[in-house]
Structure formats: C-alpha cells, structure tokens
Design a protein around this ligand. Structure first.
Ligand code: ASP
Length: 475
C-alpha cells in the first residue's frame, strides 16, 4: 500500500507561492486600496455629476481606463482551469493513504456543506435586520447601460424536478476536454478528483511523470498570476473610475445600504469562523490572523481565491496543518466552498426582490438556498463569478436577471471582500480537518521534488518564477 502512495513535499509549493510573497512584501494591497479610492475620485470628477469633460469624451476615457482591468481579469481567468486541475490531482496524490483520503473526503464535504448553509442563514438574518432596498424606476436601470451580456459567464436555466436525475448523472463529464473548453467547473473538478484517485492507485514509478507535469502546470499558472498582479493596482483604479463615471454619485450613494448589508454579513461570517477555529480547531484566532493576514489581503486584492490558492496551501502549512490535508482541502475548497459568495448571493437576491417588489414565499426562499448552495459548489474562485452565477437564481424566483445591472456597479468591492471570506473559510476548514482526521505525516517523494527543483533552477537561476519560459526542463 505504502509504495502506491505518492506524497508531495511543500517545497514545490514554496516555489509556487514565492512569486506572490514578494507582492505581499511590496504591499500590493495598500496600492490596491489607494487605487480604489483614487479611481472612485477620478470617476466622480470625470463623470456626469461634476461634468468636467463632455459625455462622449468621458465614455472614451472610461473605456481606456478600464482596459488594464479587463486584461487583469482575463489573465486571472485563463489560469484557473489548469491551476485547479493540477492542484486537485496533486492534492489527492499527496494523501497518506486511501483510508485517510476517504475519511477526509467525506468529512470535508459535509463540513463544506454545513458552513455554506450557515453562511446562507447569516445572510438571511442580516438581510431581515437591515432590509436594504432602492427605489427603482426602469429608467434608472436603463441609464446604467450595463446588461447581463456584460457578464463573463452566461446563466443556465434552473432544472425542473423531472430534469433533476438527468442533471445529477450529467455531473460526470463524458468528454472532459469539452467540459474544460466550456468552462464547466464542476465537471472538471469531478474529473480531476477521479483522475487523482486513479493516480493514487498507481505504482510510484508510473505516477511520477504525471505528477511532475502537474507541478509544472502549477508553476506556469502562478507565473501568469504574477504578471496579472503587476496590473492589479492599475486594474482596480481603472475599473473603479469607470464605475463611478457610469453610475454617478447618486446611484453609488443609494447602493450604500446594500453594500453595508453585505459587508456586515461577511464580518459576522468571519466572526463565526473565528469561533469555529477556536472551538473545533483548537486554535487562537490571533495566531490564525497573524499567519493568514497577508494571504487574506492578497485574496482581497486579486478577488480570486483560485489565484492565491498556492499561497493559501502554504499558509495552512504555517498554521501547522499537515501537507497531505492542506493539499487536498484547500484546492477543493477553492472551488466548492465559497461561503462568502453564498452569503453575498442570498443578500443580493433578497435585495433585488425588495427593490423590484417581488414577494418571495417560503418555497422561494428554500429554492434560493438550494441554488445558492449549488452555485457555491459549482463555480470557480475567479473574479466576478458570484454575480455571474446569480442570474440563474434570480430567474428561478421571478426576479428580472437584468437587475444584476444594478448591483454589478458596486460588485468589485464586494467581490474583493467575499473572496477574503472564501479564503478564510478554506483555511479554517483545513485547520479543523487536521484535527478531525487522524494519520501520520506522509511519505515524501523527494526524488520527484528534487528532479523538478533542479530542472527549474537550471533554467531559471535563483527565482524559478521570474523567467520560467526561458527553456525546457532537462529532466
Ligand atoms: N471572486 C470570488 C472568489 O474567487 C468568487 C465570487 O465571485 O464570489 O472566491
């Protein structure tokens, strides 16, 4: 049995997260926050409220200011698929044994569902408390000139009861490449899990080349993330400027109530996480926050839990979580555990229902809860995904999906905040699982790691991430 077990040393992850670490040292998040404020101010000055420039000129300026932001989002989105596949496969192969994997798999899945339902309940409670809504004329919506088509992901129709069994069977991809091409994240995650478990069954010799390949894919993905990060402050500046120019001060101010409600909900969720950490994980929140602070700020800056995933695995390691647990729970959590997103979606649905005057019966509320749970499981951790998926939920309870245009404007800041919660949720899960799932530390396949590191050092010098494309591995 032991000979079949492939475990991976965190050393490769050290290299992967290295590129992100220097961004943290460069206080990227401070630059992002400054860019956020400067962007909003610029947008207001150039926008219709102040009227310094003619509307046509402002539109052109807004489009160009938003360009770095669009490039940034595209760079982050393009690496998510390969990064998630490689991380899940390597994460599974890092298991100490099949028994540990089975135990961990069932417990962490149950835990993820539990925390997502908890986040949804917090969302409902906070909404009922604050009850945000705006007075909506259709003119207001039209003036936003943002449509659902602007969203990166198109919504799918909600299944009827008769379609459900077919949908469940359809979770397994028959054509994995097709699923990748279509961006069907849940298909891809399930395919990666099945492949990872199959690799775990192979003799070590046979598994090595594939695992090395996955390691290289992770390194390449992280290099691209690093390039994207250079753009992050400029991206946030431009997107915020365009936002303020398009919406104008009045609409922004009227959305303040909604933004406050989501942020309050996320803050409560963080507090509950800290309680779980203490009670179930046996860890002091202060220790957790000290170790995870930079990771969380980077998640905030990037709005992508997938982009910071390698750093999250490293943070879990520095919190004392075994590598075999962290390498499995974090990549899984990045895609299937998005509590911040679930909480945000519930508040967004209720807010739009209130604004559009749609009364939700208790069955509708239940349906929203189920759909939000499904959306949090099936969507990838990339910027703006939470709002894109929302369209499906809205239509299922009779709220016009075009209402998304209203909340799209202020979504960037909420995306940043909920991403930080999503990553916190994954880290807390790793700490709790480390306590709940027994087993000894894994065997480390030093040969694979050394081979990879040597090859990377040979072609890149000290920093493997700086010039990764300059040659081919000699291994
Ligand atoms: N940006 C979020 C994440 O990466 C997903 C979302 O849009 O809610 O975790």
């Amino acid at each position: 049995m032991a000979s079949n077990v492939q475990s991976l040393h965190p050393r490769s992850l050290r290299h992967l997260h290295h590129s992100l670490q220097h961004l943290v040292a460069g206080r990227l998040w401070v630059k992002v926050l400054l860019a956020l404020v400067a962007g909003l101010a610029t947008g207001v000055l150039l926008g219709p409220s102040v009227g310094w420039v003619a509307t046509d000129t402002a539109t052109v300026i807004g489009a160009w200011l938003a360009l770095p932001g669009q490039v940034f989002l595209a760079l982050v989105q393009m690496i998510v698929m390969p990064l998630v596949i490689a991380s899940i496969i390597r994460g599974l192969a890092a298991s100490e044994s099949r028994e540990q994997l089975a135990r961990l798999g069932t417990r962490v899945s149950a835990y993820y569902v539990f925390t997502t339902l908890m986040a949804v309940s917090i969302g409902i409670a906070v909404f009922s408390l604050v009850q945000p809504s705006v007075e909506l004329g259709t003119d207001a919506l039209r003036s936003l000139e943002i449509s659902v088509d602007d969203l990166a992901i198109q919504p799918a129709a909600a299944p009827t009861a008769a379609e459900l069994p077919g949908r469940i069977a359809g979770l397994l991809p028959t054509n994995p490449l097709g699923s990748m091409a279509e961006g069907q994240m849940l298909h891809v995650v399930l395919w990666a899990i099945i492949t990872g478990i199959a690799i775990l069954m192979l003799p070590a010799e046979q598994a090595k080349p594939l695992l090395s390949l996955m390691g290289s894919i992770q390194a390449v993905s992280m290099t691209i993330v690093r390039w994207a990060m250079w753009l992050a402050p400029l991206a946030v500046f431009g997107l915020m400027a365009k936002l303020a120019m398009t919406l104008g001060m009045d609409v922004l101010a009227s959305m303040g109530h909604y933004v406050f409600t989501v942020v309050l909900g996320l803050a409560l969720l963080l507090a509950v996480y800290m309680a779980i950490l203490r009670l179930a994980g046996g860890m002091e929140p202060r220790r957790f926050l000290r170790a995870a602070r930079e990771n969380l700020l980077l998640a905030f800056s990037t709005s992508s839990s997938a982009a910071v995933m390698p750093l999250t695995v490293k943070t879990a390691g520095s919190l004392g979580v075994r590598s075999s647990i962290a390498q499995f729970t974090i990549p899984m959590g990045t895609t299937i555990n998005m509590d911040g997103t679930a909480l945000y979606q519930v508040i967004a649905v209720f807010f739009l229902a209130a604004s559009f005057g749609v009364d939700l019966a208790w069955q509708d509320v239940l349906l929203v809860m189920v759909m939000v749970l499904g959306a949090s499981i099936g969507s990838p951790g990339t910027p703006g995904v939470g709002i894109a998926i929302l369209a499906m939920t809205l239509e299922s309870v009779g709220i016009p999906a075009a209402g998304i245009a209203l909340i799209l404007g202020v979504d960037r800041i909420l995306d940043m905040s909920r991403t930080m919660c999503n990553v916190t949720g994954d880290l807390v899960a790793a700490v709790v699982m480390d306590r709940w799932v027994g087993g000894s530390r894994g065997h480390i396949d030093e040969a694979v790691e050394e081979q990879q590191l040597d090859a990377q050092r040979a072609r890149t010098g000290e920093d493997v991430i700086v010039h990764p494309a300059s040659g081919h591995s000699s291994s």
